[in-house]
Design a binder for this molecule. Structure first.
Ligand SMILES: [Zn+2]
Length: 306
């Protein structure tokens, strides 16, 4: 009989999987997937060594849509999409698709805050992986305002953060955090990202593209088939966020060679066939609107009128 804990608030699905392994004293991830399948009557459904989100929702006795909305990065990753934008994020394809660990997170590596570790140990008796800490561009804990600790290998999610506290390190220094923590554009980017993570329904990328085009035009930026002498929004994004931070969030924008590939941003307003990377949309929104609240309000209105 498997011991299955209740997922903690906003606990990342991969971390929850690791917690189930540890509680049951099993170190082989393929073996625990088999045991989970047996316990929920879905034997042989998964061929991966990480349990699917459906399996995890079943063992945690959480309704599938709720589990996806509260314990995965999908609401952020698919926050602006063409994929069934009218239904909840937790679309049918994810139900049966056992995504490998690398695709379940929104950036490489595993991030945690050492002060949150201590706080969670006192509150819940254990430390755990918070999904908010895995958002691209976040290098400090919003609550404790200290640099997040980092483990390069995503297998770290199978351990508790407390277990790897001594072997992990911060990706950035306190000094660097001080230079970026009060940047209003980065603050706006992270606030919009967090809001997407907490939504239960994605925005349609076509509506978002139209909104960006309208706003760019209002502010005098170049738009499709517009005056080519006007500045591109990519230039404003680089000026607002700085190359150093941007190179971690949208590496294709700031190449090592120093050549800037602006299509990854300026193309947002042109594409009608496929959505761009979620971070590109959020960068443009954070640049073109005076506050994250106004960007989110405009997004909601643009979706409502279509
Ligand atoms: Zn913290």
């Amino acid at each position: 009989m498997l011991i299955t804990p209740v997922p903690l608030p906003s606990e990342l699905d991969l971390g929850y999987f690791g917690a189930v392994m540890r509680l049951n004293g099993i170190v082989d991830s393929m073996r625990i997937v088999q045991l989970i399948e047996q316990s929920v009557g879905m034997v042989g459904k998964s061929k991966r060594d990480i349990a699917s989100q459906e399996l995890l929702s079943k063992i945690s006795q959480t309704e599938f849509h709720t589990f996806v909305a509260k314990h995965t990065m999908l609401p952020f990753q698919q926050g602006i999409t063409s994929y069934h934008p009218d239904i909840q994020n937790c679309c049918q394809v994810n139900r049966n698709n056992s995504l490998p660990s690398g695709k379940r997170t929104a950036r490489k590596g595993a991030y945690f805050c050492k002060n949150c570790v201590r706080r969670d140990q006192q509150t819940y008796g254990t430390s755990y992986w918070h999904r908010e800490h895995q958002l691209p561009g976040l290098y400090w804990c919003p609550e404790h305002r200290i640099p997040l600790c980092y483990a390069k290998d995503q297998n770290a999610f199978l351990n508790s953060p407390a277990d790897i506290l001594d072997t992990s390190h911060s990706t950035v220094s306190y000094r660097y955090v001080k230079t970026i923590i009060d940047n209003q554009y980065i603050h706006s980017f992270l606030t919009i990202s967090l809001s997407l993570l907490n939504r239960d329904k994605p925005f349609n990328f076509k509506h978002v593209s139209a909104l960006l085009k309208m706003r760019a035009s209002e502010l005098g930026f170049r738009i499709p088939s517009g005056n080519k002498k006007k500045p591109k929004i990519s230039g404003a994004v680089i000026d607002s966020f700085g190359r150093n931070w941007l190179s971690r969030v949208l590496p294709e924008l700031t190449q090592q060679s120093g050549i800037v590939r602006t299509d990854s941003l300026d193309g947002l307003m042109y594409s009608s066939s496929h959505p761009y990377k979620i971070s590109a949309y959020v960068l443009a929104l954070a640049t073109l609107f005076e506050s994250p609240e106004s960007a989110l309000s405009a997004l909601t209105q643009s979706d409502a009128v279509h």
